[in-house]
Design a protein. Structure first.
Length: 210
């Protein structure tokens, strides 16, 4: 993720409402202990996701890709007391950090972690869903999308991260480039939703279920 001007991104962060202090602590721990700390969504996406939860009145959120738990906790802060984020990942080390920091927040109790292959975990999800956030392994983006679009309520949202992939979607060559470019075409042609692609950080696709 290296195609957004750093000064512009810093400016955007400066003019975005801060998240609680626990998020700064989580960010610092992720940078210090994780091999790929850039996988964490950060303030801009975290605040954007929380705002989407709040605007839509979402109560049931599904997340593919927990990492160290920043996005799950950000969304949980905007949920009502009886709301829930179900987040899925396969990395016990990253999610171990996530649970440590969720426990520091009064909103952590709204988060349920399913550790294991996400497609298998998604099979266990019954009933309708208000919002889905996809930010996991890129070759499975289309599979996660197809698994969840039928479960999202009418007017509900699906948010997909990294859809610009540092601009590599323009001339895809590597496996992940090709997977994301293929997913973007798939989502654009899906008549069950209306979509807008946003140039937020590494690109976010926002879809509303029709």
């Amino acid at each position: 993720m290296n195609f957004i001007d750093k000064d512009i991104e810093d400016y955007c962060r400066a003019y975005t409402t801060a998240l609680p202090e626990v998020f700064d602590e989580l960010r610092a721990a992720t940078v210090a202990e994780m091999k790929l700390p850039q996988m964490q969504v950060g303030l801009l996406e975290g605040r954007f996701l929380a705002m989407l939860v709040s605007i839509t009145g979402a109560k049931r959120v599904i997340e593919f890709g927990t990492f160290t738990g920043f996005s799950a906790l950000a969304m949980a802060t905007a949920l009502p007391e009886d709301g829930k984020v179900i987040t899925m990942d396969i990395d016990p080390a990253a999610t171990g950090m996530a649970k440590k920091f969720w426990a520091k927040s009064p909103h952590g109790k709204k988060i349920e972690l399913k550790l294991g292959p996400a497609l298998e975990s998604a099979e266990q999800i019954e009933g309708s869903v208000d919002l889905v956030f996809i930010d996991a392994d890129k070759p499975n983006y289309k599979n996660y999308w197809e698994k969840m679009v039928p479960k999202v309520r009418r007017g509900g949202l699906i948010v997909v991260d990294n859809v610009l992939w540092s601009g590599n979607v323009l001339h895809p060559k590597e496996t992940s480039d090709l997977a994301i470019a293929d997913f973007n075409k798939h989502a654009r042609s899906d008549e069950r939703v209306e979509i807008v692609m946003l140039t937020v950080r590494d690109g976010m696709l926002l879809a509303r279920k029709l």
